[in-house]
Design a protein around this ligand. Structure first.
Ligand SMILES: Nc1ncnc2c1ncn2[C@@H]1O[C@H](COP(=O)(O)O)[C@@H](O)[C@H]1OP(=O)(O)O
Ligand SMILES: [Mg+2]
Ligand SMILES: [Mg+2]
Ligand SMILES: [Mg+2]
Length: 312
C-alpha cells in the first residue's frame, strides 16, 4: 500500500469502493428488469424477493468481502445466496463513479471516531434492493441499493444507489454517500418548505395504526411511496418534511445507510419514540418500534411528541 493510501481513513476507502460496487449493482438491477425474468418468490407475507435482489446481493457481498475481508457483512437475503451475476454485468448501464470524498482537504477535519475505525470494527448492512414490492410491479423510481456502515452500534456512513433515477427523461441512476460529521455527495440537499407539512410513508405495508399515527402529525400532503431509502431521499431533497411509519417491518439494512446520509445532511432517523436504533452485528434485525425520520433534525422532537399521543 502506498504511503498516501495508508493515510486515508479506512472508512473513506470503504465508502469509495462501495460507491463503485453500488454502481455495478444498479446495472445488475436494471438488467434483470430489462430481461423480464424477475423470478419472484415470497419469503413470508408480502415480503418479496426477486432475481435482482439475489444477484445484486451476491455481487455486493462477494466484491466487498474480497476487498475488506475483516468486516462483518449482513445482507437482507441471508448467507446462502448463489444467484449468478455474471451475465448481468454490463458496461453500458454503468453510471459515473459517484463523487469521491476529497480526502486531502477533508482529512484535516476528520473526527477522531472516524479516523480510528479499523476494518474489524465495521458492521456492513446490505439491502441489495429496497422497494421490492414496487419493483415486482414495475414501479421502479423508488428502488434503491443500500449499504450502511456501523461501528460500536452506531450508523457512521451510508451509500445509496438509485438505479432508475431519471435526468431529463433518461434513466441514469445515481449514487449518494454520507458520513455524519464529514460530509455527503451525489445529491443536492435542500430543506423542505416550512409552510406545508408533507409526510411520506409506506405504499404497500400500511394498517390502521400506521394510518392513525400518520394522522396525528396532521399532514397537509401524504406521499405514499415504496422503499425506506427512497423516502429518506425525498427528505434530503426537501420534497417531504418527515417519514412516519408506525409498524415493525423495516429492518436494520433498510435504515442504516439512509440514517447516515440523512444525519450527514442535517436530518434525523430514529424509532417513533425518538430513540436511535443500534446496528451492532448481534442486534435484532427488525426495527420493531417503527421509523420516524425528519429532514430537519430540529423538528424531530415535535413529531415524537405528536406520535406519542396516539393510544396503542
Ligand atoms: N412487512 C414488511 N415485510 C417485509 N419488508 C418490509 C415490510 N415493511 C417494510 N419492509 C421493508 O422496508 C422497506 C420500506 O417499507 P415500505 O416500502 O413499505 O415503506 C420495504 O421496501 C421493505 O424493504 P425491501 O423492499 O428491501 O424488502
Ligand atoms: Mg425484502
Ligand atoms: Mg429494504
Ligand atoms: Mg431489499
Amino acid at each position: 500500500m502506498s504511503k498516501a493510501a495508508g493515510n486515508i481513513p479506512l472508512l473513506f476507502r470503504i465508502v469509495n469502493e462501495t460507491s463503485s460496487i453500488v454502481n455495478v449493482a444498479q446495472g445488475i438491477v436494471r438488467r434483470v428488469i430489462q430481461s423480464g425474468e424477475l423470478n419472484v418468490i415470497d419469503k413470508g407475507t408480502n415480503d418479496l424477493q426477486t432475481k435482482a435482489d439475489r444477484a445484486a446481493q451476491n455481487y455486493i457481498i462477494t466484491t466487498l468481502s474480497s476487498l475488506f475481508p475483516k468486516v462483518t457483512i449482513i445482507g437482507e437475503e441471508g448467507d446462502n445466496v448463489s444467484e449468478s451475476f455474471d451475465g448481468l454485468l454490463s458496461t453500458d448501464t454503468l453510471v459515473d463513479k459517484c463523487s469521491v470524498i476529497d480526502v486531502t482537504s477533508a482529512q484535516k477535519e476528520v473526527p477522531e471516531h472516524v479516523r480510528s475505525i479499523q476494518e474489524e470494527d465495521l458492521v456492513v448492512w446490505v439491502d441489495p434492493l429496497d422497494g421490492t414490492a414496487e419493483f415486482a410491479k414495475g414501479i421502479t423510481e423508488g428502488v434503491t441499493v443500500l449499504v450502511g456502515f456501523a461501528t460500536h452500534g452506531k450508523s457512521v456512513a451510508g451509500v445509496v444507489g438509485q438505479p432508475f433515477y431519471n435526468v431529463n427523461g433518461k434513466t441514469t441512476g445515481r449514487t449518494i454517500w454520507g458520513i455524519p460529521g464529514v460530509g455527503f455527495g451525489g445529491i443536492n440537499a435542500q430543506l423542505p418548505p416550512k409552510d406545508k407539512k408533507v409526510i411520506t410513508t409506506t405504499r404497500s405495508h400500511s394498517d390502521s395504526r400506521v394510518e392513525a399515527v400518520l394522522a396525528s402529525v396532521k399532514p397537509d400532503e401524504v406521499l405514499r411511496v415504496g422503499g425506506a431509502g427512497y423516502k429518506v431521499l425525498l427528505l434530503v431533497e426537501g420534497k417531504a418534511n418527515a417519514y412516519v411509519y408506525a409498524r415493525a417491518g423495516c429492518k436494520k439494512w433498510d435504515s442504516c445507510a439512509p440514517e447516515a446520509i440523512l444525519c450527514a445532511t442535517g436530518g434525523s432517523l430514529t424509532d417513533l419514540a425518538g430513540k436511535y436504533y443500534e446496528y451492532h452485528k448481534d442486534v435484532q434485525h427488525v426495527n420493531d418500534e417503527g421509523i420516524l425520520a425528519t429532514a430537519n433534525g430540529e423538528d424531530h422532537a415535535w413529531y415524537v411528541k405528536q406520535v406519542s399521543q396516539v393510544p396503542e
